[in-house]
Write a new protein. Structure first.
Length: 452
């Protein structure tokens, strides 16, 4: 438990007036020591516990003796942030008015938090009053202030008001930046009005505001959702003319569009293009492609991608793709399970491999000879020969006939173990009428040499 948590718990064992005032004094002392976040936490815990009515009395108490510890701005800024922390917006606005009266100017960061709160609760009247007071008395609205308001109104579906705010930014010595345009473009795209979003992108270009990768990705995603792959690909190809190199997110977005449109070949070609350009795929890339291949009957291609991931040691991405398949309602086959089990065995993570064997059983698949051979090889490579022998016994008990790969794997493993065990395994397999091949014979010779 942190020192801060222990302090807060000890301070608020009960909420008598004396205790509450002691906490307020403690907050003053913390602020004086430049530990203002601690001070905010103490007062937030007090105000959150006693409610708005009693909190107002403590505000007067803190103001009354604050000069011994901190400035007018410091104490009022703390109180404003505290009221916002405990979601008492009206009280926070009262502190702003108080600051104006005593000649203290609210900080832009605190005003920003207040804007967020007022927009979230839908108190638009207070939003405009606060904005007007900033224009008259400061602090002067910044790009961040406008962007916050534009975002807030867009999130509440007042896109026209957000547009108007962007148009008047110049009046207040602010020039709309890429963030402001991106907020509006995203608002139109999320409402299915991609043509309006394209107009805004054209307008930002005309105003010498360079679109970002986020701008392009937002529009490409919207066009893909509309099924307009031709226009999406055109914009994707045009990004480089704008000095923007497509990143993995943009490739994933367009790939996903092709998969949804059942054009797996185009998705594969885009994947190859991405690889050729040296852009590393991420887990999302493989989720899209593997699920797409399985969904449209191309399981072999899906298994190949999973196998590539396993070989590269990217088991997290492989498992994420497997999970995404299940979320999409797709069933993995035995080849998929064997691929993932093999990846874990290659990484010597036998516990995870065995967990996937359990998943295999619960999904209605029984291990085949390949499953057993993979696990036997994993246990041999991990120098867990006892487990490898148990796998061999389990294989035989399941009525599966060992093959040459089974025997050769076991014999390679026991070379680093003991010769007697090699002879026992050989006897088991010969008893089953197993016929050795050339590799088997070489392994047998190696066992004798190892025994010597």
């Amino acid at each position: 438990m942190s020192t801060k948590v222990r302090f807060l718990r000890k301070s608020l064992k009960e909420d008598s007036e004396a205790t509450l005032r002691s906490c307020c004094v403690a907050a003053h002392i913390l602020a004086a020591e430049d530990l203002r976040l601690w001070a905010q936490d103490v007062v937030s815990r007090v105000f959150g516990r006693i409610g708005a009515v009693r909190s107002r009395g403590l505000v007067k108490f803190m103001w009354g003796n604050h000069h011994e510890y901190e400035s007018d701005f410091s104490v009022l800024d703390t109180l404003m942030r505290v009221f916002l922390n405990v979601e008492m917006g009206c009280e926070a606005l009262e502190i702003v008015h108080w600051m104006r009266k005593v000649g203290a100017k609210p900080s832009l960061s605190a005003i920003g938090i207040l804007f967020k709160f007022l927009l979230r609760v839908g108190d638009y009247g207070s939003v405009w009053k606060l904005f007007r007071s900033m224009v008259r008395e400061g602090p002067r609205p910044s790009n961040r202030t406008f962007n916050m308001m534009i975002l807030g109104f867009c999130q509440e579906s007042y896109v026209q008001i957000a547009e108007s705010l962007l148009h008047v930014m110049w009046k207040y010595w602010c020039e709309p930046d890429v963030v402001a345009y991106n907020i509006l473009i995203n608002a139109y795209c999320s409402r299915g009005l991609t043509s309006d979003a394209l107009k805004w992108m054209q307008l930002m270009i005309e105003r010498d505001c360079k679109p970002s990768a986020i701008t392009f990705n937002t529009i490409i995603n919207a066009l893909c959702n509309e099924g307009n792959l031709f226009e999406a690909r055109k914009i994707f190809d045009d990004t480089q003319d704008m000095g923007i190199s497509p990143n993995v997110i943009m490739y994933n977005t367009l790939m996903n569009g092709y998969v949804k449109a059942r054009d797996i070949d185009q998705a594969n070609m885009l994947y190859e293009k991405m690889m050729n350009r040296g852009i590393a795929p991420d887990g999302v890339t493989f989720n899209i492609l593997v699920a797409g291949h399985y969904k449209y009957g191309r399981e072999e291609d899906g298994d190949r991608l999973l196998r590539d991931l396993s070989v590269q040691g990217r088991m997290r991405s492989a498992v994420d793709a497997f999970i995404e398949m299940h979320r999409a309602g797709l069933s993995a086959d035995i080849v998929t399970y064997n691929t993932l089990i093999g990846g874990y065995c290659k990484a010597f993570d036998m516990d995870s491999a065995e967990e996937f064997v359990k998943k295999m059983y619960t999904s209605g698949w029984d291990p085949d000879i390949t499953t057993y051979n993979i696990r036997i090889h994993g246990f041999c490579s991990s120098r867990k020969m006892n487990r490898a022998v148990m796998m061999l016994d389990e294989l035989i008990s399941a009525g599966i006939v060992p093959n040459t790969a089974t025997y050769n794997t076991m014999m390679n493993g026991v070379c680093s173990d003991i010769l007697e065990r090699a002879m026992i395994i050989a006897a088991k397999l010969i008893k089953m009428a197993f016929v050795p091949n050339v590799i088997t014979a070489n392994n047998m010779s190696a066992e004798v040499i190892c025994g010597e």
